[in-house]
Design a protein around this ligand. Structure first.
Ligand code: EPZ
Length: 418
């Protein structure tokens, strides 16, 4: 397993580019199942989860041609409307093929995702929504089978709680259903809005994406389309925090500043100098003393749970006490123990993590657990005294494209060891 070896203490400087969003690319790839015509996607990041999704689509019957960041997909015929356990257990976002398969073929057999490091993460709301659209669902042997032989029919679906991929899955099911579907308490994440934009290019009729109520008029069929997905706001946010922690002057380029409003506001509250040099870039300038500021994760446009671990690493360098509250997942503080091994002063109390700072971090051997927890260990290592070795970096490779090359280019002393 690859490791990262990082020597802390250098400030990040200059520019660091943002790749396409993994969490926008995954539903966009699944959406190619909805038409028998070719679909072309641009700015697809070369990360593990994307390769997993592409492999799943090929097994289903989609021809996938990868040319750098451009991916051409063509599902002339679905030969196997299934998402097997072997793939789903490595990437729960495989459930994003559920809606498109039922919409396109009238049936789907998808493995239940099973457990995950950060929480139970069931897909009951995806299943409930499909039943509302008229699918018959059976659960057996760790799989769910959805059948809608007469096709799906529009319905009003009210989500018990906001679910990003649940909203995306059911949006993709509804675009070919007969009649109108209304999604209430829908997720407002930019990745949902981006998927809707792609589906509209394919001929779907969708209004209200990006708000809590999305209206979809079903159509007979969808055509192919070409779409460039949005930049990765979580990757960009991770780099902004890295710049703020190391006290450099770092410009994150190729991002969408408005997708990072909650983080920028929070960083400014702590005393970090954040500016917007251009329409698609954000700059942090460290050097000011950093004050501790509480943070609570919320669905978009609130502070993203996917940036919580990174913010916790940042808070170890702030002066005072910061209370970090994780409201989205029930077990997303695994990074706290690893940060504590590096010298952080963090006390966990249920949904809260109380971070006292500033603490001097020292390099240590640490183990990555989930994607964003691993990112927070990289950030801590960038400011720690001495050398940190992070094991199991395949977790990072799931969602960050060439992170060590990007950070090294900005001045970090980081290298990958096979
Ligand atoms: C998406 O996961 C993201 N993944 C996650 O990013 C992100 O952390 C999460 O949204 C929250 O923003 C992708 O987009 C591929 P949810 P998702 O459904 O859709 C509960 C990363 O690091 N829930 O919005 O799976 C669930 O357990 C990943 O890139 C149900 O109870 O998250 C959670 O507590 C990690 N039943 C809450 O809702 C359901 O049917 C929000 O989950 C669905 C969800």
């Amino acid at each position: 397993m690859d490791k990262f070896v990082i020597t802390g203490g250098t400030a990040l400087q200059g520019e660091i580019p943002t790749s396409g969003s993994k969490n926008a690319a995954l539903p966009a790839l699944a959406a190619a199942l909805l038409t028998e015509e070719p679909v072309t996607l641009h700015r697809i990041p070369a990360v593990r989860d994307i390769r997993t999704m592409q492999r799943l689509l090929v097994d289903i019957g989609c021809k996938v041609d990868v040319d750098g960041g451009t991916v051409r997909l063509h599902t002339e015929r679905v030969v196997c409307p299934e998402a097997p356990y072997e793939l789903v257990k490595t990437m729960r976002a495989s459930s994003l093929v559920l809606g498109p398969l039922v919409a396109r073929t009238g049936r789907a057999r998808v493995s239940l995702p099973g457990g995950c490091a950060i929480g139970a993460r069931p897909i009951n709301l995806h299943i409930f929504g499909l039943e509302q659209l008229g699918a018959r669902i059976e659960q057996a042997h760790g799989y769910i089978e959805a059948v809608a032989t007469e096709g799906l029919r529009g319905a009003t679906i009210h989500f018990d709680r906001i679910t990003v991929t649940g909203t995306e899955d059911l949006m993709m099911a509804a675009v070919l259903a007969k009649g109108e579907t209304i999604l209430r308490n829908a997720a407002r994440e930019p990745e949902v809005t981006d998927l809707a934009a792609m589906l509209v290019k394919m001929g779907a009729q969708i209004e209200g994406a990006g708000t809590s109520t999305i209206r979809i008029q079903g159509v007979e069929r969808l055509s192919g389309a070409e779409h460039a997905i949005i930049p990765d706001r979580i990757e960009a946010g991770t780099f902004l925090i890295a710049g703020a922690m190391t006290g450099g002057e770092l410009t994150v380029t190729g991002c969408v500043p408005e997708h990072l409003g909650a983080l920028v506001s929070k960083l400014q509250q702590t005393g970090v100098h954040v500016t917007q040099p251009g329409p698609d870039s954000l700059q942090v300038r460290g050097g000011n003393p950093i004050r501790s500021v509480d943070m609570t994760t919320e669905e978009y446009p609130g502070f993203a749970t996917d940036l919580q671990a990174q913010y916790m690493a940042f808070a170890t360098q702030a002066t005072g006490i910061a209370i970090v509250v994780e409201t989205i997942f029930e077990n997303r503080f695994m990074h706290a123990q690893e940060l504590a091994r590096m010298g952080a002063n963090i006390r966990l109390d249920g949904k809260q993590a109380i971070v006292a700072g500033p603490t001097t971090l020292t390099g240590a051997g640490v183990i990555a657990s989930d994607l964003r927890a691993s990112a927070s260990l990289v950030l801590a290592a960038l400011v720690a005294k001495g050398e940190t070795v992070i094991d199991r970096v395949y977790h990072i490779d799931r969602g960050y494209e060439k992170i060590e090359a990007k950070l090294a280019h900005a001045g970090a002393k980081i290298r990958r060891v096979e």
